[in-house]
Structure formats: structure tokens, C-alpha cells
Design a protein around this ligand. Structure first.
Ligand SMILES: Cc1cc2nc3c(=O)[nH]c(=O)nc-3n(C[C@H](O)[C@H](O)[C@H](O)COP(=O)(O)OP(=O)(O)OC[C@H]3O[C@@H](n4cnc5c(N)ncnc54)[C@H](O)[C@@H]3O)c2cc1C
Length: 458
């Protein structure tokens, strides 16, 4: 992996010639070939061909989370010379490693929205990618449960919305059918989504990154984009070695801003980007809780038999493998901005609950986010979880980790969509911003990458 640390041999904000800088790096031959003969995609963005000869790479992708990695891979495989700029010292260290690792089916999103379309498309692309490249995953299915009769309408509406989004395998279940699948769960009815699954997000990102570099892409870690300018034919990015090193200037034909929580900051730092086109940023933290040792046993074998309101399934529970075989979700509370504090199982069978929703103050700087989990938040999580797992014992929830959703809609507002802004929206050729890439961004990452490629070709 090539690091921008190598850049610090240069003084000041100089214009880098990556062709020579990276001549010793792996994949250099492919990169040099790409620089010399740009592929058709960038020929569109480069209307001033005289300047094109002076670029350091065809495309700079800002941010090596799962979306930036997927975009960088997509463009590199399409023949572009791509440099991936990442402020941190590793790939995927922000939101992409602070989530539920769920491959969503596509139930929750407004029909016709980008979230709905890219989730459904991206889900199947992701399963196929994981299968082909040995990324650990499991299509284990999910149960969404109504815990009172008053929630039945919402359960049916969710099923109808999923069907409208193209989720064709949903099945409404009775309480007994749910109990047959998950004996510890108490509900009045459920919705089974067989195409929901889980993925090892770290292995996924490692594989995307491997393929990106194998296609000739270059990764620059510790490389924070601090500003620059975007123009009709060329974009200049000022990149600082995040270890306190010097700033260098990178000259490219196209820029993809996949900086996640920092996408608005990056966009605002680019001269030539119309500020009015930048959507607001609202931060909603989600905390997770793991189960204390021994708590799983209490859940799986409820004292005194089965859960209230349905026949006992304790014999099945006691013969279970002492974990859950499906993800279990309550119905989303329309008053909050999350999917409800749900139960997920990881690939080793570990159980965790979350994320809840905690709006951060509007003044919170994304770089100053406190990711520690406040143990007091477990109190409200107990109430939500006990609605469907009534035997959750006191003291079972332990603080685990948290993530922060980059939302474009604030508290009380209708949920926002992914905002993928290309030249059509902001009138700057060869520039794509990804704003508000909250859930289902992991699921949709490969479809988002194709969508970005299409925006650059316009
Ligand atoms: C609590 C929670 C649960 C979620 N659960 C799921 C789920 O189960 N399923 C699902 O599909 N999705 C889920 N998501 C959404 C998913 O995690 C995100 O959509 C996805 O990880 C976003 O990836 P990204 O690459 O856009 O952003 P990030 O992973 O945040 O990556 C952005 C990268 O940009 C870098 N960067 C920032 N500024 C700069 C700069 N100036 N210069 C260079 N680099 C910079 C950062 O260091 C970071 O590495 C969840 C999200 C949250 C918060």
C-alpha cells in the first residue's frame, strides 16, 4: 500500500506528479498506462484536453469507508487511475465499522427513493460479491414483530411497503409461527424477511480494497483533504499528511466526496462548489449493548416456560444452540429516526442490541464525536427490548460500542434520502458528493458505486 507519507518529501503545497511519485509502488505500470491514455469516462469530464495532461490521477475518491472503497474499486475496474484519500491510518475506521452489519432487504424506505432502489439492488450485488470472493456472510433472515394489536396496521403497512420496493419474499406470520422460529420472542404477529442477512463488514472492506489495488488503484492513508478548488475541467485538492505533515496539492479530473460524517465539511471547503447545494447535517448517535455472560441462557429458557400469550416452547428453547437464528426487530417508532432497538446476531453467534437514537447537539463537530456508550442509556433500551423479549434479566445489557448516523433530516422531520449530487445538481463537471449515507449504506455500497460511476459519465 502506498502512503501519502511519501509525499512529505515534497515541500509546501506543491502539485504532485503521481506518475513519478508512485513509480515504485505495486500496480504502477497499470497506473501509468491509465494516466497516459484516459478512459472514456473521464474524457467527458475533461473538456479542456490541454490541462488533462497535467493531472495526477483521473479521479480522487475522498474517504475509505465502505462506500468510498466500493466507488474507488468500481472506477479502477472501469480503467480509471484512482487515488483513494483517507484521513485515518486505516481503511473503514469510522461509520463503516460502527454499525449493525445487517444486509437489509429494503423494507423501510419510501418507494421510489434512492435508499429503496439502491438497497434492493445493492443487497443482491452484495450477496453475490460475498459468495464469489469468500467474504463471510449469512442470509439468516429477520423477524419484524408487532407486540400489541395496535401495531398490526403498521406491520401490514411495512409488508406492503417492502413489496412495493421489490422485496418479493416477505411472509406475515402468526405469533405461534414466530414462536416456532424464535421461542424466546413474544409478539402478536410477525413479518419474516428471508433475504435479510449479516456480513463481516471488515472482511468486505478488505476485499474491496484488495480489488481496488489489484486494479491499479493507489491508497493514501493519513491524508486529509483540507480544501481545494473545483473547476470546469480540473479540480485541485489540498491534502495534509494527518500526522502533522505538510500540505500537498493534488490535481485530478474528477472528485468523489465519500467522506461520510465529514462530507458537508469537505464540500464546503472546495472553492467553486455552490454552498447553497450543500444539505444540512444532523448527527444521530446509536449505542449498542452486548449481553452479560449467562444472560443468553435466561433469554432462551424463560423461567416458568414460554412467553405470555402463547403456548410454551421451553422444550424447543432448551434444545436450542443457545443463540438466535434470526435477527429480531421491533416495529420502527415513527417518532424516532431509527429502526428500533433490535437484536442482531454476529457471524460467531454473539448477540447484541441496538442502536438506539440520541440526537447530538447541532454544534457537535464530527471530528469531536464522543463514541463512548453512556451506561444510563441501557435503561430505556430495557423497556424497548422487553416488549419482544420479556425475559431479559436486569443487568443483562452491557455497553458495547456506538456509531453516528450522518442524516440530512433533523429531529421530527420526515426521514431523508441518500443525497448523491452530481454535475446535474451543482453544475460542477466531474464532481460527485455523497451526503446522508446512513443505513442502508453498507447494504447499498456496491449499487451506490455504480450510481456514482453513472453520475460521472453524464
Ligand atoms: C449505528 C449505525 C448502524 C448502521 N447499521 C447498518 C446496517 O446494519 N446495514 C447497513 O446497510 N448500513 C448500516 N449503517 C449505515 C452504514 O454503516 C453507512 O452507510 C456506511 O458505513 C457509510 O460508509 P461511508 O463510506 O459513506 O462512510 P464512513 O465509513 O464514515 O467513511 C468515511 C471515511 O472518510 C474519511 N474522511 C472523512 N473526512 C476526510 C477528509 N477530509 N479527507 C480524507 N478522508 C476523510 C473518514 O476517515 C472515513 O474513513 C449503519 C450506520 C450507523 C451509524
Amino acid at each position: 500500500m502506498a502512503h501519502l507519507a511519501a509525499y512529505t518529501v515534497l515541500r509546501g503545497c506543491q502539485n504532485l506528479r503521481l506518475a513519478s511519485l508512485f513509480s515504485a509502488a505495486s500496480g504502477a505500470a497499470a497506473r501509468l498506462a491509465n494516466v497516459a491514455a484516459p478512459a472514456p469516462l473521464l474524457a467527458v469530464a475533461r473538456r479542456g484536453t490541454a490541462s488533462a495532461a497535467t493531472t495526477d490521477a483521473d479521479v480522487a475518491v475522498i474517504g475509505a469507508g465502505v462506500v468510498g472503497l466500493a466507488v474507488a474499486r468500481e472506477l479502477a475496474l472501469a480503467g480509471q487511475s484512482v487515488i483513494l484519500l483517507e484521513a485515518a491510518g486505516t481503511i473503514g475506521s469510522e461509520t463503516s465499522s460502527r454499525n449493525s452489519e445487517v444486509i437489509h432487504a429494503g423494507l423501510y424506505y419510501q418507494p421510489g427513493s434512492l435508499k429503496a432502489r439502491l438497497c434492493v439492488e445493492g443487497r443482491e450485488m452484495l450477496y453475490s460479491f460475498c459468495q464469489r470472493h469468500g467474504v463471510p456472510h449469512s442470509r439468516l433472515g429477520k423477524l419484524v414483530v408487532a407486540t400489541s394489536d395496535s401495531q398490526l396496521g403498521a406491520l401490514h403497512a411495512l409488508a406492503a411497503q417492502g413489496a412495493a420496493n421489490g422485496v418479493s419474499d416477505l411472509r406475515l406470520l402468526t405469533a405461534d409461527e414466530v414462536a416456532g422460529l424464535e421461542p424466546a420472542v413474544c409478539c402478536v404477529a410477525g413479518l419474516l424477511s428471508p433475504s435479510t442477512g449479516i456480513v463481516d463488514s471488515h472482511s468486505l472492506m478488505a476485499e474491496l480494497h484488495r480489488q481496488f489495488e489489484a486494479a491499479g488503484g493507489t491508497t493514501a492513508l493519513h491524508s486529509r483533504v483540507e480544501g481545494g478548488s473545483v473547476g470546469a475541467t480540473l479540480h485541485r485538492l489540498c491534502v495534509r499528511d494527518a500526522n502533522g505533515g505538510e500540505q500537498v496539492e493534488l490535481c485530478v479530473s474528477a472528485v468523489v466526496n465519500a467522506a461520510g460524517l465529514h462530507a458537508q465539511t469537505v464540500a464546503a471547503s472546495l472553492d467553486g462548489m455552490p454552498p447553497a447545494a450543500i444539505p444540512p447535517l444532523h448527527l444521530a448517535k446509536g449505542s449498542y449493548f452486548s449481553l452479560a455472560p449467562g444472560a443468553l441462557d435466561s433469554l432462551m429458557v424463560p423461567p416458568g416456560g414460554g412467553a405470555k400469550g402463547r403456548p410454551s416452547n421451553s422444550s424447543r428453547a432448551s434444545s436450542s444452540s443457545k443463540t438466535f437464528s434470526h435477527l429480531v426487530y421491533p416495529l420502527p417508532d415513527p417518532g424516532t429516526a431509527g429502526l428500533g432497538t433490535h437484536l442482531t446476531v454476529d457471524l460467531s453467534g454473539g448477540v447484541r442490541f441496538g442502536p438506539d437514537v440520541e440526537w447530538l447537539l447541532p454544534s457537535t463537530e464530527p471530528r469531536a464525536i464522543d463514541y463512548s456508550v453512556n451506561v444510563a442509556r441501557a435503561q430505556s433500551a430495557y423497556a424497548t427490548i422487553r416488549a419482544y423479549l420479556p425475559h431479559l434479566p436486569d443487568g443483562a445489557l452491557q455497553p458495547a460500542y456506538s456509531g453516528v448516523r450522518p442524516k440530512v433530516a433533523g429531529p421530527g422531520q420526515p426521514a431523508g434520502d441518500f443525497v448523491v449530487q452530481g454535475p446535474k445538481q451543482h453544475c460542477v463537471p466531474g464532481l460527485v458528493h455523497l451526503f446522508g449515507i446512513e443505513s442502508p449504506g453498507l447494504t447499498a455500497s456496491l449499487a451506490l458505486a455504480q450510481h456514482v460511476g453513472a453520475q460521472l459519465r453524464r
